[in-house]
Design a protein around this ligand. Structure first.
Ligand SMILES: *Cc1c(COP(=O)(O)O)cnc(C)c1O
Ligand code: SF4
Length: 437
């Protein structure tokens, strides 16, 4: 396997007559020569769209712009491009303009859970921090499609500083997830600065970076970048491979560098109709990921964002895929399947059912083969640590910070010490009737 193959050489040659391997492997060259219009795209792949289709494609990219790195484009199988998983992720489909009636610009209400620009504070102890509005490629399935292209800017240092200030003033935040856009499109200096500033905050225990560069711009993972990242452990990186064909010599090299720097790697995949919605494809993908020291983290149900209708699969398809993974392959190769709740409820894990029944002293389970088995509950059980809410069980003296623990949500219902016996939505008709009586 080579990093620079015949096809890549040809593409580079069409883009610029004096292009060399060193250009191809330079991430800034790749970005400067990203394909942003259909004429060049046709020329590079040696294809031609029919006039009618072309007109609709032009309409589509006016609403949702096009941008593909030459590297990612070189992975398209030109012979069969219409069915190609790389093509479908990178090149617009005229279906994007058909807005279904349940689709929304901001289905996850990220804009509403935002205390300061760039920060989404949705979960108790962690935040999403959008530090860069730019991406190396505009993925057609992007959930933040509303933002892609129109805020193609890097937030100012002042804006980022405001986000950091929020984190500093909110000590419950122990985990900061840098996202975007793609944080790795910032310069090395800016990445270093952000990580240095966040590290100064005592309450932050880990930082994670979400990036698609290993997939669409693997040359961004330079030795210089990795040397900077190494200084800021504990640092985790999550990337976004959707198809086994995306794992190439170049992306493997990028992953190797990150893993060698001691960075735990995770991967988030979006389940996409016609791209990866088959057990065989996902299984191949997770196997290739773990071979490259990447732990599959999430398999996402496609969000209800505008323009994604043609990518959505039924939830049942996702469960079917999970059924084909759990038990069938290494536990650490199995991601969690999640639906990001419309309206801002956060990620919800969904799974096939394994606990099929229970009695007061036994549970009935089934395994991946269909074996039905029982687990006998213990005859006696002393709840040594006491209830979920901290009491005087001794936990307080065992470790620092135990006194801050407070049960939230369903956890509260399980706690005997908490007085909550039901969670009731506000303003139901029934409750309003009571109030009016
Ligand atoms: C996904 C997400 C996180 C991180 O969630 P984990 O389940 O911890 O990976 C945090 N904040 C927001 C807004 C998110 O969407
Ligand atoms: S890299 Fe991520 S944020 Fe950027 S377009 Fe792709 S999916 Fe969206």
């Amino acid at each position: 396997m080579t990093i620079y193959n015949q096809k890549q050489q040809e593409i580079a040659g069409i883009i610029s007559s004096n292009a060399k391997v060193s250009h191809w492997k330079n991430w800034r060259w790749q970005l400067q020569h990203s394909v942003r219009d259909i004429d060049i795209f046709e020329k590079l792949l040696g294809i031609k769209f029919a006039a009618g289709e072309r007109k609709q494609l032009d309409e589509t990219i006016k609403k949702f712009p096009l941008s593909i790195t030459p590297y990612y484009l070189s992975l398209i199988d030109t012979e069969n491009y219409k069915n190609d998983p790389i093509y479908k992720q990178a090149f617009p489909s005229i279906s994007e303009l058909q807005v279904g009636n349940c689709e929304m610009r901001d289905p996850l209400d990220e804009d509403k859970d935002s205390p300061v620009p760039g920060i989404t504070h949705r979960y108790p102890d962690r935040v999403l921090f959008q530090v860069c509005g730019v991406c190396s490629m505009y993925c057609r399935h992007c959930t933040r499609k509303r933002k892609v292209g129109d805020v193609d800017v890097i937030p100012s240092k002042e804006e980022i500083a405001m986000g950091i200030e929020y984190i500093r003033n909110t000590p419950v935040i122990r985990d900061v997830l840098l996202s975007g856009g793609d944080p790795f499109l910032l310069s090395d200096e800016n990445i270093d600065w952000i990580l240095t500033e966040i590290k100064k905050i005592d309450s932050v225990e880990v930082v994670r970076i979400g990036t698609r560069t290993p997939v669409v711009l693997p040359y961004r993972i330079t030795d210089d970048l990795v040397n900077i990242l190494k200084k800021h452990h504990p640092l985790w990186v999550n990337t976004h491979f959707n198809h086994p064909r995306e794992i190439t010599a170049s992306s493997k090299e990028a992953l190797r560098k990150l893993a060698d720097a001691g960075i735990p790697l995770g991967n988030q995949t979006v389940l996409l109709a016609g791209i990866n919605d088959h057990p065989i494809i996902i299984k191949k993908l997770v196997h290739k990921l773990v071979q490259n020291r990447v732990r599959p983290y999430y398999l996402y149900q496609c969000d209800l964002s505008e323009g994604l209708k043609h990518f959505r699969t039924p939830v049942g398809r996702g469960i079917e895929i999970m059924e084909s993974l759990i038990g069938h392959t290494s536990g650490f190769a199995v991601p969690s399947y999640v639906i990001d709740a419309p309206g801002g409820g956060g990620k919800i894990r969904v799974m096939p059912q394994y606990l099929i029944s229970w009695s007061h002293d036994k549970v009935v389970l089934r395994n991946f083969e269909g074996v039905i088995t029982t687990y006998q509950e213990p005859e006696t059980y002393e709840n040594f640590f006491g209830n979920i809410n901290i009491d005087d069980s001794g936990l307080l003296s065992m470790f620092e910070g135990a006194e801050d623990y407070k049960a939230i949500g369903i956890e509260k219902l399980l706690s005997d010490l908490n007085e909550t016996i039901a969670l009731v939505p506000e303003k139901t008709e029934r409750i309003e009737r009571r109030d009016n009586a």
